[in-house]
Design a protein around this ligand. Sequence first.
Ligand SMILES: [Zn+2]
Ligand SMILES: [Zn+2]
Length: 131
Amino acid sequence: MTPQRQVILQYLKETVEHPTAEQVYHKIGEQFPGISLATVYNTLNMLKELGVIRELSYGDMSSRFDGNDAEHAHLVCQTCNGLIDIECPPQSQLETPELAAKGFTVRSYRLEYYGQCGDCQEVSSNKIHAS
Ligand SMILES: [Zn+2]
Ligand SMILES: [Zn+2]
């Protein structure tokens, strides 16, 4: 592994922010000022292919990168775009009888709950009180 690759992997393992490629680029640029955005993209793709990080794509919005390689679900705040890791429900609850009936073999899950995080709810309730 090149030092850049190691630093990018390390950063994704430590952060809970689920950064975009651009955010990774800005962060890693503090340590490797010469690094290009293309190198960051290539490195993220390589790490993804190695299966040590995950890419979460959201249609038109930039993908988010996740260094948490344990099976987990996400809480997606639609106000601040925050992504919070939570434990997945037990596999037995996800694999319903219907899956077996369809003859489908599940390799992985991407489970997301959409809504508003606690911080954003606090901000919006403060706004209501202030007005
Ligand atoms: Zn939020
Ligand atoms: Zn995650």
